[in-house]
Write a protein that binds this ligand. Structure first.
Ligand SMILES: N[C@@H](CCC(=O)N[C@@H](CS)C(=O)NCC(=O)O)C(=O)O
Length: 278
């Protein structure tokens, strides 16, 4: 039986659709990199932000789902819209957990959003860096990444999926606490100051998803603090961020399944079972 998550809106919309369309011509760089993607995914958004920030050429094709003829030509540099919930064998060969984002670089596959971001940083050294130069500052970026992964994401998923008011309240407190910790270190306008780094990218996709928890779970950015509110505004004004946004109503649709605790993604299943998210 197909899982409910297979029936997601099949393509990017709004500004994200335009970004995909504006990358539809073949690239002139030897077509090194393929971006396996889904418009709906915050982890994809991290890799997409990194690609856009770095200006790495990629070709968009707007495929709705992975097809074998697409797989055959996957050495061509393209943005490929994938439905990871279908777990097609061709996609599993590229991304063993069956999760987006993934890339193929010169035909070699890689997965995990942060691994991909770091890979882009190293494979394209002549593009704008996502890390500061100073080693201590770079370590601060890594600490921010660690904080978001360990302290923000697990309660964020619990906040979405919990049905009981006490569990929601507990998760809301944990989300707010994690964001307060993050905010304490924001230099402004971005986490590390004027440079937009991976410390921003790791959390930025959830800026587009905060309206969901504001509307349905009493989340309040101002309860986190003014520094956070200002950071959210700076992220919203960032060109790369605007370029990868789909229309809000489609996020609403996706997250409806999480809010009713019906989502069947690996992350939703792990959250339900009290396991770490993959
Ligand atoms: N840790 C992974 C998480 C990626 C992830 O969970 N992607 C979701 C979409 S947002 C996915 O592909 N889900 C398919 C599934 O759960 O079956 C990363 O950072 O790349």
């Amino acid at each position: 039986m197909p899982s409910p998550d297979e029936h997601i809106h099949p393509t990017a919309t709004g500004a994200a659709a335009q970004t995909v369309a504006s990358h539809s011509a073949p690239t002139t760089d030897g077509n090194e990199l393929v971006f396996w993607s889904g418009w709906f995914c915050p982890f994809v958004a991290r890799a997409w932000l990194a690609l856009e920030e770095k200006g790495i050429p990629y070709r968009a094709s707007g495929f709705l789902a992975l097809r074998s003829e697409v797989a055959e030509e996957y050495h061509n540099a393209e943005y490929k819209e994938v439905n990871p919930y279908k777990k097609e064998p061709e996609f599993l060969a590229i991304s063993p957990k069956g999760l987006v984002p993934a890339i193929t670089y010169r035909g070699k596959p890689l997965h995990e959003s942060l691994v991909i971001c770091d890979f882009l940083e190293e494979a394209y050294p002549d593009t704008p860096s996502l890390y500061p130069k100073d080693p201590y500052d770079r370590a601060q970026v890594r600490l921010a990444i660690d904080l978001v992964g360990k302290s923000f994401l697990p309660p964020f998923f619990r906040l979405l999926q919990s049905q009981e008011p006490e569990k929601q309240a507990q998760a809301l407190e944990e989300v707010t606490e994690a964001l307060k910790k993050y905010s304490k270190k924001i230099v402004g306008p971005y986490y590390m100051g004027s440079q937009f780094t991976l410390a921003d990218i790791v959390l930025a996709p959830w800026v587009a998803r905060l309206p969901i928890v504001e509307k349905h779970r009493n989340f309040s950015a101002s309860a986190v603090g003014d520094k956070f509110v200002q950071w959210v505004k700076a992220v919203q004004a960032r060109e790369s961020f605007k370029k990868i946004l789909s229309e809000e109503k489609y996020y609403e649709e996706i997250y409806g399944r999480y809010l009713r605790d019906e989502a069947m993604s690996e992350a939703a299943k792990a959250t339900r079972a009290g396991r770490a998210i993959p």
